[in-house]
Structure formats: structure tokens, C-alpha cells
Design a protein around this ligand. Structure first.
Ligand code: ARG
Ligand code: ZN
Length: 491
């Protein structure tokens, strides 16, 4: 029996004809008069659930227009990855559970390199094609607005690094004894297909199957470690809290693993490249204390676990606050640990709405370093602020950076979002607020911001509005001069 051209459940858009779905192929089989009659009948229906249209290829991020995709939102990623460091082949199955935000005839995923072997939507084979980093999937039937749908993508190949606009290589990177994945801003599309923009956070299950003599580490909690035969072990990692895809990681290597607990009972899992273990030990020992300190300042630690991945020195050009387990390239020091753990509140839990809002991550994590030093026998934030203003590198070597080159809330281009103004001048914005409102209101502001936006997304405009409301101060001058002003502010 051929499927009907129209099914007769009520149209959610209120079309009186109770038309919910148009089947394109059935439609094409209709004779011309029947088709004409149908078009006349449905002319009044405006609901985009009646007939899907293609989802957009980006979410119009001002810096990365192709990042993310329109028309749906992901609830959950289930990634099954098998990797053998000997042949560097990755075999992946990604099952993405998403919700359509419009009727969809097709939708895009961001994916770079590798070979897509098969795509299904709701269990049915789907057509797909690729253009640059866009993977377009055309389900056999249009998806309805509000529909929750599962897309499965099978893929394989040798992952290639993604070069971001500032020249750093990210994505799936090989190390001396394995691999590690990092993705800020857009590297994650180099190892799994997805809606790769921080505005779409989702929960994750990441299973890594590797040869028995390797460790495989990812975000969140290790649910199981199972010998699956054929000399392979599967590590199943679970993330119950939402995560932006740039914060996903997978690390495979001959790590030394150690576990513990913070004073309040959060599980710690540190995986350290053996060569880096002796030089990492002192800084890693402070993790429980840093988590407690952050919880006191910024509200309860946002995740169920914490930890570390240390890969061999020189593997990456940056450390990253990968959710629950920051990645360090070589042994971190205490300051870097404080920075990446501060990001768990600022960046990971409260994530930017767009890459323009990067200072909400980096300015806050940098200011956390200043606060930590101030409260642990080091320089006061006020003295550090003054040293930056004066460019006094004897007090802080970073004071010599070109922190004044552009306003933190308006980097000139995508290659600038990780430059000194976003970090140092971003921190100086916070210190200027503190100078205006005093220590007490400032502390309440930092904590309130993290608590009220916990596991969400926020923009610079959200922050400036919140800061004025929370403190009751007019901070126009701080915004105009420090946050948005083109000129380097002076003492
Ligand atoms: N967010 C990382 C950090 O705090 C830096 C990421 C830099 N990314 C880049 N493409 N340069 O420390
Ligand atoms: Zn940072």
C-alpha cells in the first residue's frame, strides 16, 4: 500500500484540515488535478510542521559563521569510538538525539575530515552529502517541529588536526604514545559530527575502545572498564551535566592514573603521562583544595567529578578546560590548575552564547588566578592591576603583554579571541567593577553570576545588565572604557 500524501492527525499549527505531514514522494505520485486540489485545500496552512525546510548551516556566530547549525537542538551525544594508536585509525559511531525546532527537510552537522560510511535517522537510511565542514543529512521523511529524533553516523579514517584561525592545531592530535582531543573553538568537529557551537549544550556518553595496554580517558565519570575481547578494552565515560562540544575530550595513552576525593566528596581522576608525573605531582595535589576554594567563591562545583589529563610536553599549544578534566600539555603549575578549574564555573557551567563572549571565560579565569594569589600569600589583585596598568613586568611578566590592543568584548577577528586583551584586560574589567562596588558586592556578583547561570549560556550584555542589577551601581564608565573602549585605558 503506498503511503498517503497527507496523514490526518491534527496540525500543531492549527490548520483546520488536520494535516500534519506531507510525504514528498507520495505527493509526487499524485495526478495533476488531485495535486491542484490538495494545494488549494492546504493553502491556508502556515505551520512549518506541514512541510519541512532545510536547517541553517550555521548559528550566525559573529566569528565562526559556519559553526553550529540551525533548526534543531541536541539533547545527547552517544559516541562509540575505537582507536588503535598503532595504525591511527578511528572508527566512530555517533548517535545524536536532538529536537527539531522547525519542520526539517534536511539538517546539517559540523564534521571535518574522516569518511562517513552510513547515516540513519530514526533508524531509516538517510541520504547525506558533504561540503567543507558541513555534513548535510536528508531524512527519508521530513521531521516535525518539536520531534525528538535520533541520527546515527558511522565513520572511519585517520583524523586530521583542525587548524584554527590563530594557527593552533586542535581536534584529534596524536601524542608520543597515543592521542588527545581538544577543540576550542572549533576542533571537536575533527573527531565527531555534531552541532559544534557552545550555544547548544548536551549530555554525553563517550565510550573508547583501545588495545588492552592503553588507558582511555574522557570527560565525566568512568562507568565501566570492560575487556571486550580481541585484546581490546572499552572505557565507558558518562556526563550527566550539559557540556559544550568544544569541551569534550578523549585521551588515549599509557597514562599513570590516580584517584581520590575532594573534602566534600567529589571524585578526582588524574591521568598523567608517565614522563610528566614527577613534575606534575605537587600541583595536582592541590586540586581538592582549589575545588573547595572555588566552591566557596563561585557556588557549588558544577559537576560530579574533577580531574586532569596531562599529555607529553609539546603535544599542544594550549591547555584546555575540558569539562571535569582539563588537558595540560606538559606538567601544569598551580596557577594553571587554578585557571582551568575556575573555567569549570566560568566557561563550562556558564558558557558563552557566542565566541564574541570569550572574555566571560578568560577574563574570569584570569581574575580567579589573581584572587587565588591574593588569598594565598601572593600579590594583591589591586597591586597586580596597577602593575598591568604600568606595564611593570617585574611585578608580573604578563603585564608586558599588549593587553590594551583591543576591547575584550570586541576582538577584531576570530584569530584574536585567545589574545591578551581577552584574558588580562578581561580580568581588569572585573577588578574595575570591584573598585566601584567594593569587595562584598563584588564577591556576591561573581557567585550570583555563576549560580544563576549554572549549566546555561550567557552573553556580555547579560553580564553587564546582571552586574548593574546585582550591585545597584551604574557601571557605564567601566563598560565604555574597559570593556568596549578601543583605546588602552590609562591610570
Ligand atoms: N581556553 C584555553 C585556556 O584557557 C585556551 C584555548 C586557546 N585556544 C586557541 N585556539 N588558541 O586556557
Ligand atoms: Zn582560559
Amino acid at each position: 500500500m503506498p503511503r498517503p500524501a497527507l496523514s490526518s492527525t491534527p496540525c500543531p499549527a492549527g490548520c483546520p484540515l488536520r494535516i500534519e505531514r506531507v510525504d514528498q514522494r507520495a505527493l509526487s505520485r499524485l495526478a495533476a488535478p488531485a495535486l491542484a486540489a490538495l494545494i488549494a485545500l492546504t493553502a491556508g496552512c502556515t505551520g512549518d510542521t506541514v512541510q519541512g525546510r532545510p536547517g541553517a548551516s550555521g548559528v550566525r556566530d559573529p566569528y565562526f559563521p559556519k559553526a553550529g547549525n540551525g533548526g534543531y537542538q541536541v539533547d545527547h551525544y552517544d559516541l562509540d569510538l575505537a582507536y588503535d594508536p598503532a595504525d591511527k585509525q578511528l572508527h566512530g559511531t555517533a548517535v545524536i538525539t536532538a529536537r527539531a525546532k522547525q519542520g526539517l527537510s534536511s539538517f546539517n552537522l559540523d564534521f571535518a575530515g574522516l569518511r562517513v560510511e552510513d547515516v540513519t535517522v530514526q533508524g531509516a537510511a538517510a541520504r547525506f552529502n558533504r561540503s567543507g565542514t558541513e555534513l548535510t543529512v536528508r531524512p527519508p521523511e521530513d521531521l516535525e517541529k518539536g520531534e525528538v529524533f535520533r541520527t546515527e553516523i558511522d565513520y572511519t579514517g585517520t583524523p586530521k588536526p583542525v587548524t584554527d584561525p590563530d594557527g593552533s592545531e586542535e581536534g584529534w592530535i596524536t601524542t608520543a604514545d597515543g592521542s588527545v582531543a581538544v577543540g576550542e573553538p572549533v576542533g571537536s568537529m575533527g573527531w565527531f559530527p555534531g552541532n559544534h557551537h557552545p550555544s547548544d549544550k548536551a549530555t554525553y556518553d563517550i565510550r573508547l575502545t583501545v588495545p588492552n595496554d592503553y588507558e582511555a580517558v574522557s570527560n565525566g565519570e568512568l562507568r565501566s572498564r570492560t575487556a571486550v575481547g580481541d585484546g581490546q578494552t572499552e572505557f565507558a565515560w558518562h556526563n550527566a551535566e550539559p557540556m559544550a562540544s568544544y569541551l569534550a575530550t578523549a585521551a588515549i595513552g599509557k597514562f599513570k592514573v590516580s584517584t581520590g576525593r575532594t573534602p566534600s566528596g567529589i571524585g578526582v581522576y588524574n591521568a598523567v603521562s608517565p614522563d610528566e608525573a614527577p613534575s606534575s605531582a605537587a600541583a595536582l595535589a592541590r586540586i581538592p583544595e582549589v575545588v573547595e576554594w572555588g566552591s566557596g567563591k563561585f557556588g557549588p562545583y558544577p559537576f560530579g567529578t574533577v580531574g586532569t589529563i596531562v599529555v607529553p610536553d609539546g603535544t599542544l599549544t594550549y591547555a584546555l578546560e575540558t569539562q571535569t578534566k582539563p588537558v595540560y600539555s606538559g606538567a601544569p603549575d598551580e596557577v594553571l590548575i587554578v585557571h582551568e578549574l575556575a573555567h569549570q564555573w566560568f566557561g563550562d557551567s556558564v558558557s558563552p552564547k557566542s565566541w564574541k563572549d570569550m572574555w566571560l571565560n578568560e577574563g574570569f579565569a584570569t581574575y580567579a588566578e589573581w584572587m587565588w594569589a591574593e588569598e594565598h600569600g601572593g600579590l594583591s589583585a589591586e597591586k597586580r592591576f596597577d602593575a598591568f596598568l604600568a606595564g611593570d613586568t617585574k611585578v608580573d611578566p604578563d603585564a608586558g603583554s599588549d593587553w590594551g590592543a583591543f576591547p575584550p568584548a570586541d576582538p577584531p577577528g576570530p584569530e584574536d579571541i585567545s589574545e591578551a586583551p581577552v584574558y588580562a584586560r578581561g580580568a581588569m574589567v572585573l577588578h574595575r567593577i570591584r573598585q566601584e562596588v567594593g569587595d562584598e558586592k563584588f564577591a556576591a556578583l561573581l557567585r550570583g553570576w555563576a549560580v544563576e547561570h549554572r549549566h546555561g549560556n550567557a552573553s556580555t550584555a547579560d553580564f553587564t545588565a546582571y552586574a548593574e542589577k546585582k550591585t545597584g551601581h551604574d557601571l557605564t564608565e567601566v563598560w565604555d572604557v574597559w570593556l568596549y573602549g578601543e583605546d588602552r585605558p590609562e591610570a
